[in-house]
Design a protein around this ligand. Structure first.
Ligand code: ARG
Length: 426
């Protein structure tokens, strides 16, 4: 491609460090889409003859079919997806292929392809989130009256319902989705026309290419257009945070499926056994969802670190950007699906949850609130009185609702039998 100035071929390690085709071949569809729009614009603006433009478009269609059918040969020596496609175009249509790159650089080309890719990825990830959210919504409805202990510090705190517990995750996922929407909206501007970085002298129509490719409009500053990858970093953050939400849910499933908790039973489809301990049923999928946050966070940190300190505009460091994004996309989609599969086939042991909610004096706060609301005690004093009642219950080895009224009245004489309304779990 740049033979004019070079007399020697690249060293083989140079080729190895330079080539990105094994990774960026995933951009092939977006690259062809971008080239089509660019070519159409060149024809409309009479920058290239219509005949050449038609030949280019036909050639691109043939390449599309070759890649789809698996017949296309991706070559390392051609570095990246852009050069692979352009080189094949030349084999198919001859010299006219060389006109496609008029008024364009790989810098604005790759930035355009990548934005389109991330935009699509964000949409797919939102779909995955939505599916899991539907499952959580259904479960929350089913369990809107299933009582369980709510925890703080993983100590029994107050009785809640499983419905509300699961809905908390549905809420988090709802925000994860709007974060992706936001990311997709902010990135939706087109780099094409920036060329290498300073724009191009041809009478191009940036509005046309932007519109054709579904962008809001062209990116106003050509240097910004080719050099920022903030959209990719944002996508990685969205994936990482969503992964963290999933990881917290995964952790609960892991805890809840232990015999000690016994709140949930995973289906056989979503469990694994042990090669030595025949009794084992392990929540591997949940553990992997938890474990994969390492990757998701790592990818974000890699992107931020790669970008940090790069002078404007394009630097080859930026070729490293795609691998992180592809990996985070695959990972988050897999985690969402696994979580969905696990939850929709799990059985919750609501009896066990109810029993567990009765342990640990989880209605003590309700008792204190009753003292405030009915006897006018200051909350701190009510807290103190309740503490004494809990201690008494502990000594009698009884639940709060099993205590005698007279015993409670020894601690606070104004307590009435109305108190029992808030002492039982229900
Ligand atoms: N493969 C390159 C990348 O992904 C394409 C852009 C190359 N530009 C350049 N000036 N060498 O970053």
């Amino acid at each position: 491609m740049w033979g004019g100035r070079f007399t020697e071929k690249p060293a083989s390690v140079m080729e190895q460090i330079n080539a990105s085709i094994d990774i960026d071949r995933r951009l092939w569809r977006q690259d062809i889409t971008g080239s089509r729009a660019h070519c159409e614009m060149l024809m409309r603006q009479n920058i290239i003859p219509r005949q050449d433009g038609e030949a280019i478009l036909n050639g691109l269609t043939q390449i599309e079919q070759e890649i789809e059918s698996g017949a296309f040969e991706f070559r390392r020596d051609l570095e990246d997806i852009h050069m692979n496609i352009e080189s094949r175009l030349k084999e198919i249509i001859g010299e006219a292929a060389g006109k496609l790159h008029t008024a364009r650089s790989r810098n604005d080309q790759v930035a355009t392809d990548f934005r389109i890719w991330v935009r699509e990825a964000a949409t797919s990830a939102m779909g995955g989130i939505e599916e899991l959210r539907n499952t959580l919504d259904t479960l929350s409805q089913t369990h809107k009256d299933s009582i369980m202990p709510g925890f703080t510090h993983l100590q029994p705190a107050q009785p809640v319902t499983l419905g509300r517990h699961l809905d908390a995750y549905a809420q988090m996922l709802g925000r994860d989705k709007t974060r992706l929407e936001d990311c997709a909206r902010r990135l939706n501007f087109c780099p094409l026309g920036a060329a290498a970085m300073a724009g191009t002298p041809y009478p191009i129509d940036r509005d046309f290419t932007a519109r054709t490719l579904g962008f809001e409009g062209p990116i106003p500053n050509t240097m910004d257009a080719v050099s920022d990858r903030d959209f990719a970093a944002e996508f990685l953050f969205c994936a990482a945070l969503c992964g963290i939400h999933l990881s917290r849910l995964a952790e609960e499933i892991i805890l809840w499926s232990t015999p000690q908790f016994g709140f949930v039973r995973l289906s056989d489809q979503w469990s694994t056994g042990s090669s030595i301990m025949p009794q084992k049923k392990n929540p591997d999928a949940a553990e992997l969802v938890r474990g994969k946050t390492g990757r998701l966070n790592g990818n974000l940190v890699q992107m931020l670190t790669m970008l940090k300190g790069l002078p404007l505009t394009y630097n080859k460091d930026m070729q490293e950007d795609k691998e992180f994004v592809f990996d985070s996309f695959d990972t988050i989609l897999l985690c969402l699906e696994a979580m969905n599969g696990m939850l929709s086939t799990a059985t919750f042991n609501t009896g066990r949850m109810l029993k567990s909610a009765e342990d640990g004096y989880t209605t003590a706060t309700a008792l204190a609130d009753w003292l405030v609301m009915n006897l006018g005690l200051p909350f701190r004093e009510a807290h103190h009185v309740t503490g004494a009642i809990v201690k008494m219950a502990e000594n009698q080895n009884a639940k709060l609702h099993e205590l005698d009224l007279t015993d409670m009245q020894k601690i606070e004489k104004r307590i009435t039998k109305e108190i029992y309304k808030v002492l039982s779990i229900r």
